[in-house]
Write a protein that binds this ligand. Structure first.
Ligand SMILES: NC(=O)c1ccc[n+]([C@@H]2O[C@H](COP(=O)([O-])OP(=O)(O)OC[C@H]3O[C@@H](n4cnc5c(N)ncnc54)[C@H](OP(=O)(O)O)[C@@H]3O)[C@@H](O)[C@H]2O)c1
Length: 250
């Protein structure tokens, strides 16, 4: 299927590894010029080399701590300078943050910043440009919410889901689409610490109809479709990629 993405530009956060890295590679395969940001410069540079070798596309990489108060502004300025304009924004950076039922404020502040405030601020930096150009696509990576213990990231992502829906309602008239993409359990560094191989097998056998955790590529396949013109009538939606793990039908 031709996704009609060739010649587009995209900004992807959390691009150095895991789901973000797979999304960058897939976008480049579709002929998108990508601005990829995260903290780990070495991983970003290796991604740039991989992408150039496989697709011939020139990836722009930018090492930046997204949690820095001026992180979103710096990323937006650099992306606009490098790309001219940003057609697609993929807010992917994030990290699981389990906490006790009581405890210090810092993990809450840090995780709410990384998983909600900074992506919202980065979006706000780019929205005026999208509105002016009457074109834009925003895809926000969220999370699974059927947890039985507190994880700040999932709380932040719930804010992200509500905000995305509200934003979609306001910017549709400018031809700007906003969706959330909700992974179940995807095999990345983000979740490996919480599951040994044995635990993963046992959990998947019981909870995941398709029998195992997903791969970053599974998320990338859906992400490129959602940001493409093929998904032109999809906005304000929450799309799940979880091997059937979610229990609730609606
Ligand atoms: N994997 C899953 O099962 C799962 C489940 C639910 C939700 N998610 C969500 O999916 C998204 C991608 O997660 P993943 O599983 O691919 O995780 P991952 O492999 O750990 O990758 C996370 C990415 O975020 C970047 N990042 C983290 N902290 C950052 C910071 N302070 N500044 C800039 N970049 C930062 C990391 O880059 P650097 O370390 O180089 O900065 C990395 O590129 C996240 O939003 C996550 O919450 C994943």
């Amino acid at each position: 299927m031709n996704l009609h993405l060739k010649g587009s530009t995209a900004l992807v956060t959390g691009a150095s590894q895991g789901i973000g890295r797979a999304i960058v590679r897939e976008l480049a395969r579709e002929g998108v010029t990508v601005f990829a940001t995260a903290r780990n410069e070495e991983l970003l540079n290796s991604l740039r080399e991989e992408v150039a070798e496989e697709t011939g596309m020139a990836l722009v990489v930018f090492a930046q701590d997204f949690t820095a108060p001026d992180g979103p502004h710096r990323i937006a300025l650099a992306a606009l300078a490098a790309l001219g304009h940003v057609n697609i924004l993929i807010n992917n950076a994030g990290q699981s943050r389990p906490v006790d039922i009581t405890g210090p404020e810092q993990p809450w502040t840090d995780s709410m910043a990384l998983d909600f405030d900074r992506p919202r601020q980065l979006t706000q930096e780019l929205l005026p440009h999208m509105v002016e150009r009457q074109q834009g696509v925003i895809l926000n990576l969220t999370s699974t919410y059927e947890l039985r213990s507190i994880n700040v990231s999932a709380v932040a992502k719930a804010s992200m889901a509500a905000w995305s829906k509200q934003l979609a309602g306001q910017v549709g008239k400018y031809n700007v689409r906003v969706n959330t993409l909700q992974p179940g359990l995807i095999d990345t560094a983000n979740i490996r610490p919480y599951f040994s191989d044995e635990e993963r097998k046992a959990f998947a056998a019981q909870e995941i109809p398709l029998g195992d955790f997903g791969q970053p590529q599974d998320m990338a396949n859906m992400a490129v479709f959602l940001v493409s013109p093929r998904a032109g009538y999809i906005t304000g939606s929450a799309i799940v990629v979880d091997g059937g793990m979610r229990h609730y039908p609606f």
